[in-house]
Design a binder for this molecule. Structure first.
Ligand SMILES: Nc1ncnc2c1ncn2[C@@H]1O[C@H](COP(=O)(O)OP(=O)(O)OP(=O)(O)O)[C@@H](O)[C@H]1O
Ligand SMILES: [Mg+2]
Length: 262
């Protein structure tokens, strides 16, 4: 059985002025591939993502795509992204530094959702923990027009020349995230955790039902009924929000798995 890639590039090249970012770059993204795209500042990571997303054409070579590509904007909150991932899965997800300004619980929920995402993912992040946890392969741009793949972040690190100041800065930032000490879930919390996804889906269904009830044309002229139903809608939305916060809390207490155990 032969699989065809969700997204593929054939010998693509891109230069700005005389500076070549990459050249003759070919690869295929298959279901379940999580590509961690790395490279020094200005090496062309964001440019390559824009080309993969179809936002910008390459100078040379071809890109072909099969299936829906989702490129959330920088402003989209992780929680919204998580909810969308659960509800309407895309085939291909392209993320350029999605972790900026996230608190650790939200970040870890995002990380777990990405790790479990079964479509194709191309991710740029300075967060080494996230790269190790989420990516199944590393694609490294060297900033001089070259690109190479590595099995994991450590291999890329080992293969790099002794760090120059700029890349040492990147490594320092990547390692900067201190994780809180994880505890285990109590059995009660474990049960709560196990029911969490179902509880969130139920609560979201309740929001939808309440919304339809509140927008019922039959009560549009009845202020008392409107007030009651909008209050019920607000309560249903509040429950969804509280469940997501609780989910993030429980998530931080779950025992971590190292990337090697994946
Ligand atoms: N539209 C453009 N016109 C001219 N030069 C550009 C354009 N977009 C990017 N560049 C240049 O191309 C190079 C690569 O930029 P890019 O943003 O892709 O790098 P990056 O690897 O994402 O960097 P960072 O790690 O800082 O996010 C940079 O030197 C940048 O100045
Ligand atoms: Mg960039």
């Amino acid at each position: 059985m032969s699989r065809s890639p969700l997204l593929s590039c054939e010998a693509i090249g891109k230069a700005y002025g005389t500076r070549s970012l990459f050249d003759e770059l070919s690869f295929g993204l298959f279901d379940g591939d999580h590509v961690g795209l790395v490279g020094p500042n200005g090496s062309g990571k964001s440019t390559l993502l824009r080309i993969l997303a179809g936002i910008e054409p390459p100078d040379r070579g071809t890109r072909s795509v099969r299936g829906g590509v989702r490129v959330p904007s920088a402003g989209e909150q992780a929680r919204v992204l998580i909810a969308r991932l659960m509800r309407e899965p895309a085939d291909i997800l392209i993320l350029d530094e999605p972790t900026n300004d996230l608190d650790i619980p939200t970040l870890e929920v995002l990380e777990d959702n990405l790790a479990e995402f079964d479509g194709g993912l191309v991710l740029v992040t300075h967060d080494r923990f996230m790269l190790e946890r989420v990516s199944t392969i590393i694609l490294a741009l060297d900033g001089r027009g070259g690109a190479e793949t590595f099995a994991d972040y450590a291999q890329w690190e080992a293969a790099r020349a002794p760090p120059r100041p700029a890349s040492r800065d990147v490594a320092a930032r990547a390692g900067a995230r201190e994780r809180p000490c994880r505890q285990r879930l109590s059995s009660l919390e474990q049960r709560e955790w196990d029911g969490m996804e179902g509880a969130i889906l139920d609560a979201e269904t309740a929001v939808e039902v309440s919304r339809q009830a509140a927008e019922d044309p039959g009560i549009a002229a009845d202020p008392a009924a409107l007030q009651t139903r909008y209050a019920a809608l607000a309560a249903a939305r509040d429950l969804v929000d509280r469940l997501y916060v609780r989910w993030a809390e429980l998530e931080t207490k779950r025992p971590s798995r190292s990337p090697a155990e994946e």
